[in-house]
Design a protein around this ligand. Structure first.
Ligand code: ADP
Ligand code: MG
Length: 238
């Protein structure tokens, strides 16, 4: 399960409202991309869903349950941070196991989950190395591994590939899409990159200044952009 609903959600920092009342439903198993220019509120929206920021008003429901006031750990979601958030002194295995250790899970179950994640992500060859001995792509896989072992009902990615070079980015995009095919878990993926949005998404949410300009499949947005902003941003001919 992994349906996420935002109902009349707003967010203000002081007097500045960065998210005006917003309604959005993210279906179970969907790969949804939030796309929009820098500063439009993508990260804020993701952090509200994760519970890393409190919403100012409205409700968030996860699988039909009110999650508005739940702390992040109780929401059953996993945020994938950029690869530099790994612990440099720990091996790959320990980095991946870390959230489970924190949750005091028993060691057999930790081993089972870490081994399963290592297989899905193909990281058996470097499981005993430390982050400093890994390439950017390998580090990104470890960061994803750390989310997978929690067996979340949804993964939240905030521009996970932005500090990788262009060639590596293309490969990692494919890997994340394949991971979604395999796990069929809800994923919300934030990017300012139109190409990422168009190639990865089941559903794209186009944001401008905290407002949803349009929600649709890549084809719908391309062929029927609602306005010039969407057309310009997606690169369609309207
Ligand atoms: P994006 O991820 O799309 O680039 P953000 O969600 O980071 O955009 O930011 C949206 C707006 O909210 C920006 O105007 C930003 O300056 C503002 N903002 C984000 N976080 C804070 C904060 N903690 N305090 C004040 N303003 C913030
Ligand atoms: Mg951001």
């Amino acid at each position: 399960m992994g349906q996420i609903q935002l109902k009349q959600v707003t967010k203000s920092f002081g007097d500045v409202q960065v998210i005006p009342p917003l309604d959005l439903t993210i279906g179970d198993g969907e790969f949804t991309v939030f796309v929009g220019p820098s500063g439009c509120g993508k990260s804020t929206l993701l952090r509200l869903i994760a519970g890393l920021e409190d919403i100012t008003s409205g409700h968030i429901e996860i699988d039909g349950q009110d999650a508005t006031t739940l702390v992040p750990a109780k929401r059953g979601l996993a945020m994938v941070f950029q690869s530099y958030a790994l612990y440099p002194h720990m091996t790959v295995r320990k980095n991946i196991a870390f959230p489970l250790k924190m949750a005091k899970m028993d060691q057999d179950e930790i081993d089972r989950r870490v081994n399963a994640a290592a297989e899905v992500l193909n990281l058996a060859d470097y499981i005993d190395r430390r982050p400093g001995q890994l390439s950017g792509g390998q580090r990104q896989r470890v960061a994803i591994g750390r989310a997978i072992v929690r067996e979340p009902s949804a993964f939240l990615f905030d521009e996970p590939l932005s500090n990788l070079d262009a060639a590596l980015r293309v490969g990692m995009r494919l890997e994340i899409s394949e991971l979604h095919e395999r796990l069929k878990t809800t994923m919300i993926y934030v990017t300012h990159d139109q190409v990422e949005a168009m190639t990865m998404a089941d559903k794209i949410v186009v944001l401008r200044a905290g407002n949803i300009e349009q929600v649709g499949s890549p084809l719908e947005l391309y062929h029927k952009p609602r306005n010039l902003f969407v057309a310009g941003f997606i690169g369609s001919p309207k």
